[in-house]
Design a protein around this ligand. Structure first.
Ligand SMILES: NC(=O)c1ccc[n+]([C@@H]2O[C@H](COP(=O)([O-])OP(=O)(O)OC[C@H]3O[C@@H](n4cnc5c(N)ncnc54)[C@H](OP(=O)(O)O)[C@@H]3O)[C@@H](O)[C@H]2O)c1
Length: 225
């Protein structure tokens, strides 16, 4: 497979590191000094973007015109109606991810089971604690807010900022007599690159049009053995 990688910044550079030992993917990286043209893109099977959202938006038209599959982790933008219509009527599959962590899809299933707690317990408390590096500006994290939504029960979120922690989230469900804790710990920033490469391998097996990464990962998780 021939892969065009757009952006080799803080996240994109992990993709190239992981691809060193995967000979089935031949890749080329484009950056601000060497932007990709329509002609460049046409010679690839798949494009993976770790551009910032603003820059990715400037590529959407030539990506649709190129007809190649696209996997994008770029955040901070929305497709407009015209772009969406072009993607949906084209022949290529696209995957968009807000979070490329594969394990988060397993966690989502677990949280949905924990959300059934009121069926068994009259009296329980739920709390979410998230820990991140000191450079993270937002609190609580977007992931903690997603967990809270998935749980859909009253809960209290606390945040901690320390050292270079990539991201640790713990959900605790406590009754008078028992305590259940579910922790997801991102061990390394390459977590996003791993999920992105998984999506790059998957995208050509999908129907044309725009797909959400978490839905694709979940349907793989839940498919019959
Ligand atoms: N979905 C997820 O799981 C996930 C995880 C982490 C990050 N993200 C998102 O991924 C995006 C990138 O994050 P980052 O932290 O890696 O950003 P970054 O460090 O700023 O990297 C951006 C890259 O884009 C390149 N670039 C800029 N203009 C370009 C152009 N016209 N053509 C080609 N390349 C160009 C830059 O090139 P130079 O190197 O030449 O400057 C740089 O390599 C953000 O939107 C972030 O939120 C998503």
């Amino acid at each position: 497979m021939k892969l065009a990688i757009l952006g080799k910044g803080k996240t994109g550079r992990y993709v190239t590191e992981l691809l060193q030992d995967q000979d089935q993917i031949e890749y080329k990286v484009f950056d601000s000094k060497r932007p990709a043209t329509l002609e460049d893109l046409k010679s690839f099977d798949v494009c993976l973007s770790f551009l910032t959202g603003e820059v990715f938006v400037s590529y959407i038209d030539i990506l649709t015109e190129s007809g190649i599959c696209v996997v994008t982790g770029s955040t901070g933008f929305e497709f407009n109606d015209f772009q969406l219509a072009n993607i949906q009527s084209g022949d290529a599959a696209w995957i968009k991810a807000n979070n490329f962590s594969l394990g988060m899809n397993i966690v989502k299933q677990m949280i949905e089971v924990m959300s059934l707690a009121p069926k068994l317990f009259d009296d329980y408390k739920c709390s979410i604690h998230e820990i991140h590096h000191t450079k993270k500006l937002d609190a609580p994290s977007g992931t903690a807010l997603s967990w809270s939504d998935w749980l859909d029960l009253p809960n209290h979120i606390t945040s901690e900022r320390t050292g270079d922690v990539v991201g640790t989230h713990t959900l605790t469900l406590e009754t008078q007599t028992e305590k259940i804790s579910l922790t997801h710990e991102a061990l390394d920033r390459s977590i996003f690159a791993k999920g992105a490469i998984w999506a790059v391998k998957k995208v050509r097996t999908l129907e044309p049009g725009l797909h959400d990464f978490s839905k694709i990962a979940l349907s793989t998780l839940l498919e019959e053995k």
